[in-house]
Design a protein around this ligand. Structure first.
Ligand SMILES: NC(=O)c1ccc[n+]([C@@H]2O[C@H](COP(=O)([O-])OP(=O)(O)OC[C@H]3O[C@@H](n4cnc5c(N)ncnc54)[C@H](OP(=O)(O)O)[C@@H]3O)[C@@H](O)[C@H]2O)c1
Length: 330
């Protein structure tokens, strides 16, 4: 089968190679001897793959390897006893190996893909939406009626978080850096959109009537202190990522003075080893798909080729991604 490998750690422009490799067996590292084999139609591209081309991501497989954490496609084979059947459309999370014509995922990280979503949207579903659910609900304790401020609101995690928060009955304020990204955040369903180069903290306080209840932050960097300052009493900042590059530090007296919290949300490390949690999250997200709240925004798609994958990774790396970036495979 055709696949794209990372062969060195020289970055997205030069680290990729197209290869012809044997198809994977029906066995995944998380479930040895068992796995769902998927004929891939679309593969999601995300920030971790950019980092993997430089050896900067926590998951560092030996070189060369096929990256690609998530795919959409059809089931070729499922383990005995599985509710999945051959030919069924699914979204799946192989963790690695998604930039290929065939991938294998654990059964508990493979979810039926409803007709409302096309293959590209299916490839945008698991990483961002499971992260959004985990960060907002399980870590952030979001409740209906609360106000959520989402940084990077036109990005993959950002658009997903806006949709999940809206589906849970929250009010959303998106922070973005450009007109075009403002349009994307609004398309995702943000109630309000504020520009990161404006006085966003003051605007967020005004729009929320005194302070927001939750900040979801995949960006980090120097805006972190203002995130803390934008909280209402009892407010929480959920730390999801650091696309701005630097890791913020907190003066904890701020937390004491305003009765606020900073909460870490690392979906992969927490969820990957917990099959039941993934199934439950899948059920909750299926409800939000059925209610029309979850509709992944796909901003750009490229072919499964060295040039296509390199362009996809560079788009994310250069801050140019709108919603999700995908590779068209099948
Ligand atoms: N904790 C978890 O479990 C988990 C799970 C999934 C992803 N993540 C992490 O979450 C982060 C966001 O992922 P994503 O897929 O949403 O990425 P994305 O689609 O590229 O969006 C990230 C957003 O960050 C903002 N940004 C600010 N400064 C930036 C810079 N210097 N370079 C690039 N972007 C910058 C951009 O928005 P503006 O231009 O509007 O500022 C951009 O839209 C990544 O760090 C990823 O590794 C964490």
């Amino acid at each position: 089968m055709k696949a794209i490998q990372i062969v060195d750690l020289s970055g997205p422009e030069t680290a990729l190679r197209e290869v012809d490799v044997p198809e994977p067996e029906a066995s995944h590292a998380l479930t040895p001897g068992s796995g769902v084999v998927v004929d891939v139609k679309a593969a999601g591209v995300s920030f971790p793959e950019v980092l993997q081309t430089r050896g900067e991501y926590q998951l560092k497989p030996p070189l060369p390897f096929v990256p690609g954490s998530e795919v959409a496609g059809t089931v070729r084979s499922a383990p005995p006893g599985s509710e999945l059947s051959p030919g069924e459309r699914v979204a799946a999370f192989p963790m690695l190996g998604g930039f290929a014509e065939v991938a294998v995922a654990p059964e508990f990280l493979t979810f039926p893909l409803p007709d409302e979503l096309d293959d590209r949207q299916g490839a945008a579903l698991i990483l961002n939406y499971h992260t959004a659910w985990f960060s907002l609900v399980l870590r952030g304790r979001l409740e209906a009626g609360e106000t959520v401020l989402v940084h990077g609101a036109a990005g993959g995690v950002g658009t997903a978080s806006i949709q999940v928060a809206k589906g849970l009955g929250a009010r959303t304020i998106g922070i973005v850096s450009s007109d075009e990204k403002e349009r994307v955040a609004r398309e995702a369903g943000a109630d309000e959109v504020v520009r990161s180069d404006a006085e966003w903290r003051e605007q967020a306080k005004e729009l929320s009537g005194g302070g927001v209840d939750l900040v979801l932050d995949p960006v980090g960097g120097d805006r972190f202190t203002d995130s803390l300052r934008s909280l209402a009493e009892g407010g929480r900042v959920v730390v999801v990522g650091f696309t701005a590059g630097s890791i913020p530090e907190v003066k904890v007296n701020r937390l004491l003075l305003n009765n606020t919290e900073v909460i870490g949300a690392g979906w992969g490390a927490y969820a990957i080893g917990k099959p039941e949690l993934n199934r439950e999250t899948g059920v909750e997200l299926a409800k939000l798909i059925a209610s029309g709240h979850v509709r992944p925004l796909v901003g750009a798609s490229f072919p499964l080729s060295v040039a296509g994958a390199a362009e996809a990774l560079q788009l994310i790396d250069s801050r140019g991604a709108r919603g999700k970036v995908v590779l068209d495979v099948g």
